[in-house]
Design a protein around this ligand. Sequence first.
Ligand SMILES: NC(=O)c1ccc[n+]([C@@H]2O[C@H](COP(=O)([O-])OP(=O)(O)OC[C@H]3O[C@@H](n4cnc5c(N)ncnc54)[C@H](O)[C@@H]3O)[C@@H](O)[C@H]2O)c1
Ligand SMILES: O=C(O)C[C@H](O)C(=O)O
Ligand SMILES: [Mg+2]
Length: 659
Amino acid sequence: MSNFSSSQLRLCSRPTIVHKRSIDILHDPWFNKGTAFSMTERDRLDLRGLLPPNVMSSQQQIERFMADLKRLEVQARDGPTDPYALAKWRILNRLHDRNETMYYKVLIDNIEEYAPIVYTPTVGLVCQNYSGLFRRPRGMYFSAEDRGEMMSMVYNWPAEQVDMIVVTDGSRILGLGDLGVQGIGISIGKLDLYVAAAGINPQRVLPVMIDVGTNNEKLLKDPLYLGLQQHRLDGEEYLSVIDEFMEAVFTRWPHVIVQFEDFQSKWAFKLLQRYRNTYRMFNDDVQGTAGVAIAGLLGAVRAQGKPMIDFPKQKIVVAGAGSAGIGVLNAARKTMARMLGNNESAFESARSQFWVVDANGLITEDRANIDPDALPFARKVKELSAQGLRSGASLEEVVRQVKPDVLLGLSAVGGLFSKEVLEALKGSTSTRPAIFAMSNPTKNAECTPEEAFSILGDDIIFASGSPFKDVDLGNGQIGHCNQGNNMYLFPGIGLGTLLSGSRVISDGMLQAAAECLAAYMKEEEVLKGIIYPSISSIRDITKEVAAAVVREAIEEDLAEGYRDMDARELRKLSQVSIFALRRDMWIHLFIWMIICGVDLIVRMSYELYNCICSRIISAHTHNSTGYTKDILIGNLTLLDDCNHLNLSDVVGTRVTVLC
Ligand SMILES: NC(=O)c1ccc[n+]([C@@H]2O[C@H](COP(=O)([O-])OP(=O)(O)OC[C@H]3O[C@@H](n4cnc5c(N)ncnc54)[C@H](O)[C@@H]3O)[C@@H](O)[C@H]2O)c1
Ligand SMILES: O=C(O)C[C@H](O)C(=O)O
Ligand SMILES: [Mg+2]
């Protein structure tokens, strides 16, 4: 017999009235069921796309939480270079969920310490463990199950404006392979850098995961996996999902920029060709990496005490012919060709400077089923014997015979530059050979700086994709470890494109970004072996890169202007001094607005803050942290000299300023 009266029963079965919708529900601990929301509930509450696609039972949710809790102790000590990396990530992530503005303040002020936590290398560990780490969702998930729904579900995202999307399909996360839906961590990490380095408004960024399944058998068998448990879609089916996604986001936000990230090379090039002339998009692994590598390669030439124009004489061995390797090879060949006269024969002769080794050894023209993207770099069979080489030669053999100036790794194989390979590089004809161990995360680096310096001696250039500490060479000298990572370019490429209002991202804009990075390092730094800036100057380099991209977009007549600044005004800017242009960027770089109820929080530069302060009605210190102030905004029409800021809607409101 039940103890309930019939009126109590009626009460119990009464539906809960949910006044909230969409993300507000997920952020309300009273209503939130997280991944346990059924598809019907997701549709009725405008939640489709705001959660990973796999609907979980509450028992599964508990199991996932417990499994993560048990793993915590082991995994918190699993960080590649920092034993507490994962624990730090959790703490920062919790801060993000409580107070986003403070999160970015902490990140910006401590970028050197926390970039390796929110970005490479720790982000790799985060993606690997995402099922356990998942708490509050960030970003959107578009899955194969959402076909036909994307055009409407894109409106479930709460922000009216989105400037930057970073999208992945999770198929090649860093050098960690197919991580399926867990790859969303990489989109989140890249966008954290967009906010920290380029000052993009955090309310206008959108991390996206397109879940078309996974071919990772471990994940397919894991009952707690958050993604679709099916093999990846392929061919036309795959393309139709990505097409639908692109159409949906560009319909809602026609001016958005979409950065493709960590797509397996099989699709990376095809998607780039498919969309780059129609949409504002780029592929960071192909194009961002290429620019960063070019800047580093030119730096390596300067570090030998030679002029950059000597670059076409460099012999370069590349290990890895995937999206990143081929991207770098194409860009390096074009750069050489430009230096050699920019004609057909220059382009042809530049080709002979490269030797490409992949999982099957040296790539030569006689290879069966050769990847068409690698074909232009296949060595001619008739020249092999003269070089003491053969089809499929090992990396060690190639290095020994070629005696290259540069050994560049984008293979995702940790330790590939073994003792034997580095010993072979001792025969290099360069006065200062360069080693680029660019694969991520840390354990996938082709070699460590210690290995390189100890085998090859002090007079080398070393760069790695993930951060390593400089090496004490024991004679009062420091072996400098450069971080050659596309983070030095993608925020500036995105920001420059945004500010220019260019409809597409041209080769010229990417080239301008790379040249800007190459020119950024001073002669004396380069001669010391410092060929990339330090992460602490990422805001500054981003500003420079963005300015270069804007200038090139204007030059190519692609710029259509941004917000209040039309193309004509932009063009005028190109004629004034570069300083004025930078000042303008500075303001855009540092301002963002977060609408909080009726009040606004404004994050801005000191420069702009001072400008506003001279016109405020009242100001008082808001809290004890010393960097937050409440001000009452006066007549903002006086703000004309704070170029292009339309703050008129904040007149008379209380504004919290974070300087
Ligand atoms: N530093 C950076 O800014 C940066 C940028 C992009 C990519 N990456 C890193 O580069 C790596 C590769 O990325 P991708 O997108 O090109 O991957 P990918 O899977 O498309 O390509 C990997 C390539 O390495 C080759 N390879 C595998 N084993 C090899 C071996 N033993 N010897 C030589 N080559 C071998 C494969 O045949 C393939 O051509 C990843 O670790 C990624 O994190 C770094
Ligand atoms: O994410 C990074 O750190 C660089 C690059 O995009 C990569 O895929 O490794
Ligand atoms: Mg990447």
